[in-house]
Design a protein around this ligand. Structure first.
Ligand code: FES
Length: 230
């Protein structure tokens, strides 16, 4: 009986030893399984790649947005300043027919084109005259001093002349002859002139975008045409 008990105890111990060894091996294999993923760099590289691509995406979005905004603004600016089909002041303005302008007649105001136009009299020797020039002359109504609108004053007189009828600025009194020559006042120069075109039928067009600074040669800028009364 004693021998049987010892044999059973030995058997139990042996089984216990085998079982313990099995547990050790199982635990060791589990440790290996857990350690392996930690040692693989790929498990850490994945989030790094993700961050980098997100940064690139944000950077690309920023520059793309900035580029689109700048190009859009540039396009709007070019569209704004590009002259196209300009009508009225700043472009060609019709001014009747050459035959309508009596030689030496009163200057005619063109409101749309902001100019005065007159057929100069080559025989005019008055102080407020045209200095012997002939042809159609268009004068910008804007005073060269500070920009007031200059009217033709048929009854205006000045101290330096007995003639009546002058371009006279209401703001500071600058006074000009019929050909726009400055004779009095603070204006720095004579009235500016505008280019005139007359076609074969005598139709007059004033290019209000083509302005020449006023000067003593104003009368020489008058345009002649066979259909102009003389
Ligand atoms: S604005 Fe015409 S004289 Fe000053």
């Amino acid at each position: 009986m004693t021998n049987e008990t010892e044999s059973v105890e030995a058997s139990v111990e042996a089984e216990s030893a085998v079982s313990t060894e099995s547990w050790r091996q199982a635990l060791a294999s589990r440790r290996t399984e857990l350690a392996e993923p930690e040692s693989v760099p790929a498990t850490q590289a994945a989030p790094l790649d993700y961050d980098a691509s997100r940064r690139n995406f944000i950077r690309a979005s920023f520059w793309t947005g900035l580029g689109v905004t700048v190009m859009g603004g540039l396009g709007l600016f070019v569209d704004f300043i590009y002259p196209r089909n300009v009508k009225g002041f700043g472009g060609p303005v019709p001014a009747g027919n050459a035959a309508d302008y009596e030689v030496g007649g009163l200057p005619v105001h063109n409101r749309a084109g902001q100019f005065w136009i007159a057929n100069l009299d080559p025989t005019d020797s008055a102080d407020n005259g045209t200095d012997g020039a002939a042809g159609l002359l268009a004068l910008w109504r804007k005073c060269p001093h500070l920009g007031c609108t200059v009217p033709w004053e048929p009854s205006a007189v000045v101290e330096v002349s007995s003639e009546s009828g002058w371009y006279k600025c209401p703001c500071h009194g600058s006074t000009y002859t019929r050909s726009g020559i400055r004779v009095f006042g603070p204006a720095p120069r004579s009235m500016d002139s505008m280019a005139i075109e007359i076609d074969d039928a005598g139709n007059v067009t004033v290019q209000t975008g083509s302005v020449t600074s006023g000067g003593p040669d104003n009368p020489e800028r008058a345009v002649q045409h066979p259909l102009l009364p003389s």
